[in-house]
Design a protein around this ligand. Sequence first.
Ligand SMILES: Cc1cc2nc3c(=O)[nH]c(=O)nc-3n(C[C@H](O)[C@H](O)[C@H](O)COP(=O)(O)OP(=O)(O)OC[C@H]3O[C@@H](n4cnc5c(N)ncnc54)[C@H](O)[C@@H]3O)c2cc1C
Length: 546
Amino acid sequence: MNWGNPTHQVENQPQPPGEQNLWLDDPILRNLVASSDAQWIQNEAKQFGALMGHPKTTFLASEANRFPPELHTHDKYGHRIDEVTTHPSWHELMAIAVENKLHNLPWLQSSTAGHQARAAMFYLFNQVENGVACPMSMTYAAVPSLCQEPNLYETLRQGLDSHIYDPSFVPMKQKKGILLGMAMTEKQGGSDVRSNTTFAQQQADGHFRLTGHKWFCSAPMCDGFLTLAQTDAGLTCFFVPRWEPDGTRNRMLIQRLKNKLGNRSNASSEIEYDQAYAQLVGDQGRGIAVILNMVSHTRLDCVVGSVGMMRAGIRLAFQHVSGRSAFGKRLIDQPLMQQVLSDLVIEWEASLRFAWLMAGTYDSEDAETRDYGRLLTAIGKFWVCKRTPAVVAETLECLGGAGFIEEHHLARFYREAPLNSIWEGSSNVIALDIIRTCTRLPGVLEQFMSQMQRTQGENKGFDRALESLPETYRLAVADQAYARQFACLLAQLIQAQLMLAEGSTCVGDAFMTTRFSLNETSPVFGAQRIPNTAAILRSAFSEEFD
Ligand SMILES: Cc1cc2nc3c(=O)[nH]c(=O)nc-3n(C[C@H](O)[C@H](O)[C@H](O)COP(=O)(O)OP(=O)(O)OC[C@H]3O[C@@H](n4cnc5c(N)ncnc54)[C@H](O)[C@@H]3O)c2cc1C
């Protein structure tokens, strides 16, 4: 039978990407790893890259976000149970993350440059899913704080070192692997944790009981939480397990789950401690200092995770524009699209190099390098996390209307992108922290200056920016209103140095032209004429998009 002309022909749409290897596809990452002490991770990263680039993993990520967690406060008889259920895809992704040691790699005794090696894996994971990254990050980061309480750490060690994801809700001793979270933020103050009102009372046998609330507590199905509470000595760090030593449920009551913009696969809850069992971590009154050991590591992850999202956006944009034409030409061959994509590639590469530099300082035993790493972490957290939403938004637009549609994944990354700027210290707080770090650790700024002076004389724009640093610093110390200006300047200097020293000539030159020229810089991607776009686009992927 002749049905007449077909009404639904699909033309000029990109091919589905099929199986990819996110590691093999990424020449910058591979070079960074190959030329570092983390090169031993290459084989694992190659396998992981294939897994992360497999369509099934992408499907799991979509499903985990499409079916968000549910809270069950009570059982059918009215007993409190405080359990959160998640979609099976969440559990599959959690198992993948734990098997690949995203929660513990640097703490395993055998690893050198463990933080960089883990950063490479965490970056790959964040190109696919970001909710699972949260408990991975918190578990990884909790260890330096727990080390302040060696006996407690020893009791948790076996569970933390395990590569088995065990979601069962039973006491830690019965589990094959454990995960940790943190609960600091309260209703009346998140950035200002000194305003915490949760209080701790010591019991006759030495342990503490906590009473109070926490306004944000992510991944509440973790097995234990580092938390802050007041004692007579001031704000103090505690460890709160989900179960008491006698095998009863600890009175950490999950009141409700947040209905979030992004990060929807992961539960974020409001909790109340009702005489909850807790163990002291570190000295009483030193809670902020103790938990900052954790926070510095989660901040590193905010940066690495953000660069992962940038990379995901660029990859999805490249795939689309290579397979779609408009006005008689493929989009990727249109001069203006090449400008936009080149600018995005430059931003991503500078961010990846920055994140890698930061991660390397965590592997150092040298106190000066660690202090310098503290400054780099704050600068990276401020800058890279702030640039990510802009990068992701622009990559989304490369897909046109398709970018706005959930199935293309960028909508999910777009919702996720602002989060790394907010948690673990929002941008203003971080900008102020940069000044505090420079004033309290004066050697750090000198170290920064002497690092930058190595590049002096190579580029006029760089020299001009470096010369303005002492005055911008003076202003920022005198008046907090200049803190963001100072943070931006430090970040751009670091990225410029990395791009000039390590980037290819075409990418390095383009970075300097677009970010450091007197008249040409613009906050809009693709608004400046970038030469050599073909070479820049080629540099971002191992295989060309033909
Ligand atoms: C999805 C999600 C999950 C989270 N999970 C957790 C968790 O598991 N555990 C946990 O403890 N917390 C968690 N948080 C909380 C998060 O860390 C806080 O929201 C964050 O630290 C900011 O605190 P706040 O919300 O109280 O904002 P506020 O402290 O009220 O800050 C509001 C704004 O004011 C700015 N600001 C603050 N001080 C100054 C200043 N002196 N000068 C200028 N500007 C200033 C901040 O930068 C921010 O932009 C989560 C948050 C989100 C969104």
